[in-house]
Write a protein that binds this ligand. Structure first.
Ligand code: HMG
Ligand code: MG
Length: 297
């Protein structure tokens, strides 16, 4: 059976744009975020506060946060790797933040320049500051179904870092299939290992579509009772530290599938397709959403 409703976490303005080679001007990012909200999305990861030398595409995140016209009831979230990032996010007016760990040591080193256990210690200072400010913190775990450097990752490695993030105080963990190598089989094994210990209500799915498996993997997640799904308009994105990671699953494609299952999302698919077409036009690239392509032909 399927849940009656699913919450979509739109990551296009962050995970999408951080990996686009054509920089999108700040004003266009603002238009994108506002368009996504107008299409019905209620959670938009709007930017990140990382070292701009590592991710120049996100260097203007503070300006994006300051310029967007806000809609009440919408969460405008920011990715923050450390206390410095958290402080920048608060100054810019982020509604909540996300810390990001990995289930693979090599990926942790390349992505955030520290070991998994060092990252947890850094997040502890973010968590303390967030508690003081009354700000919710989401947790990501990358490479849950495969690592570009280490290959296969065991469900027990994912379980241990997910437990640490939840124990720290993250309200949920988003499971990142960073390079999209997961299949319904490996997703089923992972969730069968995690859910008895963590519960489905504490988990979200963050699938990249490099191997075309994302929708199938999300469907498996829904069957396991997961009701929170990350996606990116037009399938923008990838990860600069994960070669071969193509875009996140396209929000349009997830919405279409959920509609077909009779699951509510609150998103207006036609309005979303228009937003996706507009950002693709500005970036000079094709949409990676199958639904958007089918509707425009
Ligand atoms: P580091 O070099 O180890 O940091 O980087 P450091 O503490 O030694 O500081 C070095 C310099 O960075 C200093 O500046 C700091 O001020 C500056 P300098 O004195 O040299 O001029 N710095 C910062 N500047 C701005 N904002 C900050 C900040 N922190 C330090 N917050 C750090 C450590 C984590 C900062 C670095 O490795 C970094 O920025 N990495 C970027 C990682 C990233 O954004 N990756 C992509 C997102 S993750 C992802 O996409 C996966 C996900 O989607 C899930 C999935 O798909 O699996 C979430
Ligand atoms: Mg990602």
């Amino acid at each position: 059976s399927y849940p009656p409703e699913v919450s979509l976490i739109e990551v296009g303005p962050r995970d999408g744009l951080q990996n686009e080679s054509t920089p999108l001007p700040t004003e266009d990012k603002v238009t994108l975020v506002e368009g996504l909200v107008a299409a019905g999305l209620r959670y938009v990861e709007t930017g990140s506060f990382v070292n701009p030398r590592w991710i120049p595409q996100m260097a203007d995140s503070a300006d994006v946060f300051k310029k967007i016209a806000r809609t009440s009831g919408v969460t405008y979230a920011a990715l923050t790797p450390n206390l410095q990032g958290f402080e920048r996010a608060m100054e810019a007016g982020a509604s909540e933040v996300a810390v990001f760990a990995a289930a693979s040591e090599s990926f942790s080193q390349r992505n955030i320049n520290c070991s998994i256990s060092e990252s947890i210690e850094r997040f502890r200072t973010v968590m303390d500051a967030a508690k003081t400010e009354g700000v919710a913190v989401r947790g990501y775990v990358s490479c849950v179904l495969g690592c570009p450097y280490e290959g296969r990752i065991s469900p027990s490695a994912v379980l241990s870092v997910s437990e640490e993030l939840l124990t720290l105080g993250c309200y949920e963990v988003s499971l990142g299939d960073t390079i999209g190598t997961g299949t319904p089989g490996s997703m089923d094994s992972l969730l069968s290992a995690l859910i008895p210990a963590l519960t489905a209500g504490k988990l979200a799915l963050h699938c990249h579509n490099s191997y075309g498996q994302a929708l199938a993997n999300i469907l498996v997640g829904l069957q396991h009772g997961i009701t929170r799904v990350d996606s990116s308009v037009a399938g923008l994105g990838g990860c600069p530290y994960a070669t071969g990671a193509s875009g996140n699953v396209a929000t349009e494609d997830v919405v279409y599938m959920l509609q077909g299952l009779g699951i509510k999302t609150g998103v207006d698919l036609d309005a979303l397709i228009t937003v996706g077409a507009s950002v693709c036009n500005k970036l000079g690239r094709a949409s990676q959403s199958a639904v958007a392509k089918a509707r425009s032909s």
